[in-house]
Design a protein. Structure first.
Lengths: 344, 344
DNA sequence: TTGAAAGCGCTAACAA
DNA sequence: TTGTTAGCGCTTTCAA
């Protein structure tokens, strides 16, 4: 199918004006007579003229679009973060292009390449769990493409980063379990390389330490697919429940990990919180109608998206190279419901 | 920040060749000597040359990108549909630009305008609940921009459409409730103008009729925000529960409506399924861990996205105007759990 | 106040 | 086999 839009040239021809006059009239240049301006504007309106953004981009070497790379949009944290991103981008006149890495390093490199080959002005990225090498991003970044990391970040690239305060969120959740009488707390988390996994694990360890509970690495299980794969979570649970000393609670670190763990616990016939208490990082909007109502660590996903986008746009629009970078950590929220509170 | 990418001209200069030679070598034209070709390719590889897609688009008047307009991505149906869309688009070399109308007609028109002003090759749209007028889309469509509707469609524009078999899904769900001994079934649905609302309402009515239950329009409540707004759902429920004859079951028609209804029922202290049975359209992945496990009508969201995308790309790539259109209705799946089955 | 022309990066028709 | 040139839609000097 063909789509033949009106160009500035068409307007010029119809009105007997040069393209430059039309162009100037359209952008309200002061050097054009009010009369001509009116003529052009009215005609443009009439035929519903829209400037070709592609031609503009070619000129300005700007696209007014930013690329987002996340592992999965079917994840409450990310869909909410994207909403935050969109809310800012939209107001600032930027389009948003969303791509999913599906936790694959290969896919991430392809996407980055695809997006970055100058079709976006900047990148908002949350790393895939398979990514251990950052050269695909580093190269681009060093060439001058603005990048802001959010949620899953890396210390190897020096730029703005926006995260939840994962350490504190994990610490609070773990300590909450301890204070509620749970003694042996398992930790199900995402891939071990991920910044979020590391930060949350540290928070977990710190809470144990503070409360004089010995850290046992057998209680920590990593799920490389971040809970997207049911079996991997069930496996992890089985390993924990096979241990001699009985695990009486679980701290899960990730949106899909938390909900999938709930499913697995149900399938394994574990009563919550009697057999096992649970609290986890998740941004589900329906935790209260789970069985039992689920205690959660909620991340400020929307705000994380907003802040990251503001930082990115400031980089994009900065005249001079940005050299001062910050890592913002936004506070999480602990929402206690029945799953983490012993009944007796 | 500035991002100075390598152009074909740079390569030409470095190698002492004309831009056209470089261009041809790059795309492997047969008329270029193997030697030159090799030279160019190797150099391009070395300096990591990437063609500027914007310049390409300007030439080809094609973007290789398709726009998606949905009301909300934080909705299981849509995030899954987008996954389907992406899976096809990605393989066919198309980018995907996602925008959210947030159920607002104004926002939808702005987005459509924005996207369609030639920055996308085609549009995949699911209408907002506020949309009763379709001229913004119709105009574009008549100018030749390929559009495929999915999920929320309109009969006013004659193009490809892909939906779930909403009538049958609603019919089956309602009849399932009836067969399980529920007598007076309320129906909570989205905005009344939406095609999905109409189709599902028809299925509901038909099931009542077949089972000799009189249709009572007071039992049907429309939620214009599609369940995004908690209060609107709670209001709807209160209205139904205030009726003299007791409502003993609910058929909810929409992803967010269903989950929000569950939340409201809990808050209103209604026991499910004893006080009120419930089954609803939703693509939640965690229905089984709800309290009680939720019976659902599941839509083939991923497949709907895939099929719609295939149809759209076929329109985009078709040499001659497409005149034969089809409306595909994919089957839903009824998943019965405890919420719709009386215990006694 | 307006127009002519160059240029953004690339492709392709035409020449050589 | 390679180079020259025009053109995609637009903005922006430079001239008039």
């Amino acid at each position: 199918m063909k789509f033949e839009p009106v160009t500035i040239k068409d307007i010029g021809k119809a009105l007997g004006l040069s393209t430059s006059t039309v162009s100037r009239a359209l952008r309200g240049s002061y050097e054009i007579s009010a009369e001509t301006k009116k003529l052009v504007l009215e005609y443009a309106e009439k035929i519903n003229y829209r400037p070709n953004p592609i031609a503009l981009s070619l000129k300005e070497r700007r696209n007014h679009s930013i690329g987002i790379i996340v592992c999965e949009i079917a994840n409450n944290f990310f869909s909410q973060a994207i909403n935050g991103i969109e809310s800012i981008a939209y107001n600032r006149g930027y389009h948003v292009i969303i791509s999913q890495s599906h936790e694959s390093y290969e896919r991430e490199t392809v996407i980055v390449d695809h997006l970055a080959s100058r079709s976006v002005d900047g990148l908002l990225v949350s790393l895939s769990s398979g990514t251990k090498d950052y050269t695909h991003l580093k190269q681009l970044y060093e060439k001058g493409l603005p990048i802001v990391f959010f949620d899953r970040i890396t210390s190897e690239i020096n730029t703005h980063k926006v995260i939840a305060d994962n350490f504190k969120g994990a610490f609070d959740a773990t300590e909450h379990l301890i204070k509620n009488g749970f003694k042996r707390i398992g930790h199900i988390t995402s891939a071990p390389y991920l910044s979020i996994s590391i930060e949350r694990l540290e928070g977990y360890k710190e809470a144990l330490k503070k409360n004089n509970i010995e850290y046992d690495e057998k209680l920590v299980q990593f799920c490389d697919n971040g809970g997207m794969n049911y079996d991997e979570v069930e496996e992890a649970l089985k390993k924990i429940f096979k241990l001699k000393t009985k695990t009486d609670a679980l701290f899960t670190a990730g949106d899909r990990i938390t909900t999938t763990t709930m499913q697995a616990l149900q399938k394994l016939n574990k009563k919550i919180p009697d057999d096992v208490g649970i609290i986890g990082f998740t941004n589900t909007m329906v935790g209260e109608i789970f069985s039992p109502p689920l205690s959660v660590v909620r991340q400020p996903a929307f705000e994380i998206g907003q802040v990251a986008t503001e930082l990115l746009i400031s980089m994009i629009e900065s005249k001079r190279p940005v050299t001062e970078f910050e890592t913002k950590a936004l506070q999480t929220e602990l929402i206690v419901r029945e799953s983490s509170v012993k009944k007796s």
